[in-house]
Design a protein around this ligand. Structure first.
Ligand code: DAH
Length: 356
């Protein structure tokens, strides 16, 4: 029979374990309070109306006593811990932070900073892409020979519609042009940095690498806007005013006309650096967005025009910071990262010099 003795025992339980035992022996399945509650069923109505309030109030009193003692014991435990545990604040701080910002991340941050100043926002798209975005909408219908220009990784189809086209690992960032044009109304000014994939591997090619895409869609856009934008961007990126551009006619299915862009280099202290024009090296693909691409996105090419460009972020990093082997970018060799990495608090800003 539970009674005030139980409550006294609960109030003086020495620790949480003893308290738990008391909970079981009162409120547990075969506990004393539970037994009294069960006994109500066997009573006559008169007896029950006399006993029920007593038993219920006993249950409440036991429950309250258990909760109260639990809080007391837990508090006491915490007090004890606080009184005995010591943290030695005089221990020396860890050595200088070891992490560094990878050159690819650094260059992406630099590019975002430069293009934000020109009014471009950053857009994103998926790396596992539908063929419509990666090829078809970019004016490369099925069996178009340009699809073979890139060594595509095709994904295996799992379940779903057997007639649906397999997804691909995006071979370039150009599908983000389509995603931008089909998801927001023009005018548009976006850059899209990100990972791309091709089945290719040597000193200057890795199966995964990084590109950045640029897209402007507006009214009355012409080649002059493209050239000015690229010149302004490359001067800011290489942090030199003597960057010289050369545009060579080229072919991309999604632009017409298309141009490959070279920058001039010169020798400084035995090294080839960007600036001047003793020689040329290719840095970008670009052109005026093909009217078919604009129409594929549901816009009227008579009303809207634009330019686009795309380039390798890793390649820009190599040119600016003087690395020679692309594979080292993805080896995770700490010595390389220490040498070429950037301090995490050195955020690129135009005012401070983007490559600071
Ligand atoms: N997507 C092209 C490639 O990966 C690069 C490119 C060329 C992008 C011209 C463009 C462009 O936007 O206009 O080779």
């Amino acid at each position: 029979m539970a009674d005030s003795d139980d409550i006294d025992r609960i109030r003086s339980a020495p620790d949480l374990q003893a308290l738990e035992a008391l909970r079981v022996s009162t409120l547990g399945k075969s506990g004393s309070v539970t037994a009294r509650l069960k006994s109500l069923g066997k009573m006559s109505p008169e007896e029950r109306s006399a006993e029920a309030p007593k038993i219920h109030s006993l249950r409440e009193a036991v429950t309250a006593a258990l909760a109260g003692r639990k809080a007391e014991l837990e508090n006491a435990e915490l007090e004890q811990k606080l009184a005995t545990e010591r943290i030695d604040l005089s221990l020396p701080a860890p050595q200088t932070p070891e992490g560094s910002v990878h050159p690819v991340s650094q260059v992406m941050d630099e590019l975002a900073e430069i293009f934000a100043d020109l009014g471009f926002s950053v857009a994103e798209g998926p790396e596992i892409e539908e063929q419509w975005y990666n090829f078809t909408a970019l004016n490369m219908p099925e069996f178009h020979p340009a699809r073979a220009m890139q060594d595509t990784f095709y994904c295996r189809k799992i379940g779903g519609d057997p007639d649906a086209e397999a997804h691909v690992l995006r071979t370039h960032t150009s599908p983000v042009q389509i995603r931008a044009m089909t998801s927001q109304p023009p005018p548009l000014r976006i850059i899209a940095p990100g990972r791309v994939y091709r089945s290719d591997s040597d000193a200057t090619h890795t199966p995964m690498f990084h590109q950045i895409e640029g897209l402007v869609i507006d009214k009355g856009i012409h080649l002059g806007h493209l050239k000015w934008t690229l010149e302004t961007f490359l001067k800011a990126f290489f942090e030199r005013d003597d960057v010289v551009l050369r545009m060579r006619p080229s072919y991309f299915p999604f632009t017409e006309p298309s141009a490959e862009v070279d920058v001039g280099w010169s020798m400084e202290k035995g090294r080839r650096v960007v600036g001047g024009c003793e020689g040329w090296m290719e840095v970008l693909g670009s052109g005026m967005v093909h009217p078919n691409v604009i129409a594929n996105c549901g816009l009227d090419p008579e009303e809207w025009q634009g330019f686009a460009f795309g380039t390798g972020v890793d390649r820009l990093a190599m040119l600016k910071y003087g690395m020679s082997d692309l594979r080292a970018f993805f080896d995770g060799d700490l010595r390389w990262l220490r040498h070429y990495g950037f301090r995490s608090l050195d955020v690129p800003t135009l005012s401070g010099g983007v490559g600071a």
